[in-house]
Each structure stands twice: as structure tokens, then as C-alpha cells.
Design a binder for this molecule. Structure first.
Ligand SMILES: [Zn+2]
Ligand SMILES: [Zn+2]
Length: 219
């Protein structure tokens, strides 16, 4: 049997059909990275993408390894590779976390669109948040939801569409975020647009501070 990542021999360190060399593709981000956007940019220059949180980091580089391992793993998991999911979550369990995760008040996650959730039957962001909350011994709260829109998209103007996009994440009415330090978890952080909407929704509910931790960061 060949490794499903690199098609090479599986070898003794293989797990879930992926060889040890592929698993080594879970690489840390560059050491000198911004504490807010997790990108390696000049300390004096502003973050290249908008951030609405005090601290942000990711466990691994999404495109680390050859072939890029996160970019193989995450879409595979979302298509139902349960063995990959289990093996990845074991590594989340063992990973070193930023020291600033220790004093958050609660943990939540970036919501996935309802129809996608139903289709997949599990949610990697939610499962990661629950695992991290257990590790940190903090409560985990379903604080955010995807806003649902009715009406025909085609009939909307560009401005209306943009306004809708802005509101695409909403705070749940009963979310206990007031005056809290919140750890916002997601699976993959690319441009940060989703995280931005989530952080804005949490702040609209009176959160004292939002910190972001994702499994992967696309550099
Ligand atoms: Zn491999
Ligand atoms: Zn930055």
C-alpha cells in the first residue's frame, strides 16, 4: 500500500494511511511572526490583513511539507476521512499551545454554514474548540451562528450583498460573552475574513477581549 499523501511507501511510522514523512509536514509557523496576524511581517508595519483581536496564532503552517500537508488533510477530513481527523486531533491534543490561551474565560469557534454541517455530520472547528477547552479546563460555548438569509440573491444590489456578507456571522442571543476573554478557534485561517466577522460579533456582545487560535495558518 502506498501513502495517500505522497504515494511513497507507508513505512513503520504511518498513521491513517499517511506516511511518517507526510505527518512531519505539520510544521510550526516562522518563529518571528506577528502576535496578532501570525504572519512574518516587519514589527513596525501594520498587519497586511485586518485584525480585530489582541492575539492570534496557529499550530501549523497550512502549506508546510511536500506535498503541502494541511492543504491535503483538512479538505480530506471535511469530505469524511475520519481516520485523518482522529490522527490530527491527537496531535492537537499533544501540541504546545501559546501561553496566552491559559487565562481565557471561555472557548468558542467559527461557525460553519448549516447545510455544510448537516452534510458532513461533524465540524472540525467545533471539535477542535471542544478539545482545546478540555485541555485548558475552560467552558466551551456555542456563541456564534451563521446568519440565514431569505430572498433572492440575484435581485440584490452589490451594496446590499456586501452588507449581508458583513452580517454573515451573528452572536447567539444567549451567548455569555459579556466582559469575557474569549478564545476563538477555527480550523484554517486564510485571509481572516471569517475570523474578523466572528470577532466583531463577539465584541458587539460586549466581549472584553478576543484571542484567536487556529489549527492551520496559510502564509
Ligand atoms: Zn507520504
Ligand atoms: Zn500582523
Amino acid at each position: 500500500m502506498a501513502c495517500r499523501g505522497c504515494l511513497g511507501p507507508l513505512g513503520v511510522r504511518a498513521e491513517a494511511g499517511l506516511c511518517g514523512r507526510c505527518w512531519e509536514g505539520l510544521l510550526s509557523l516562522p518563529e518571528h511572526r506577528c502576535r496578532q496576524c501570525a504572519l512574518p511581517h516587519e514589527t513596525e508595519s501594520p498587519c497586511p490583513e485586518p485584525v480585530a483581536w489582541s492575539l492570534g496564532d496557529a499550530l501549523w503552517d497550512y502549506h508546510g511539507g511536500r506535498p503541502p500537508f494541511g492543504a491535503l488533510l483538512v479538505p480530506g477530513i471535511k469530505e469524511g476521512e475520519l481516520g485523518w481527523k482522529g490522527a490530527l486531533l491527537r496531535r492537537v491534543q499533544a501540541a504546545t499551545l501559546p501561553e496566552w490561551t491559559a487565562d481565557v474565560d471561555l472557548v468558542t469557534w467559527a461557525p460553519t454554514a448549516l447545510h455544510r454541517r448537516w452534510f458532513r455530520a461533524f465540524d472540525l472547528a467545533e471539535e477542535s474548540a471542544r478539545l482545546l477547552a478540555r485541555r485548558l479546563d475552560k467552558p466551551v460555548v456555542r456563541a456564534l451562528r451563521k446568519a440565514i438569509f431569505s430572498g433572492r440573491q440575484a435581485s440584490r444590489t452589490e451594496t446590499q450583498r456586501r452588507r449581508l456578507a458583513k452580517k454573515s456571522v451573528a452572536l447567539r442571543a444567549d451567548a455569555p460573552v459579556l466582559d469575557s476573554i474569549i478564545l476563538l478557534v477555527d480550523d484554517v485561517w486564510t485571509t481572516g475574513t471569517t475570523l474578523l466577522r466572528c470577532a466583531q460579533a463577539l465584541e458587539s456582545g460586549g466581549a472584553a477581549e478576543v484571542r484567536v487560535l487556529t489549527l492551520f495558518r496559510a502564509l
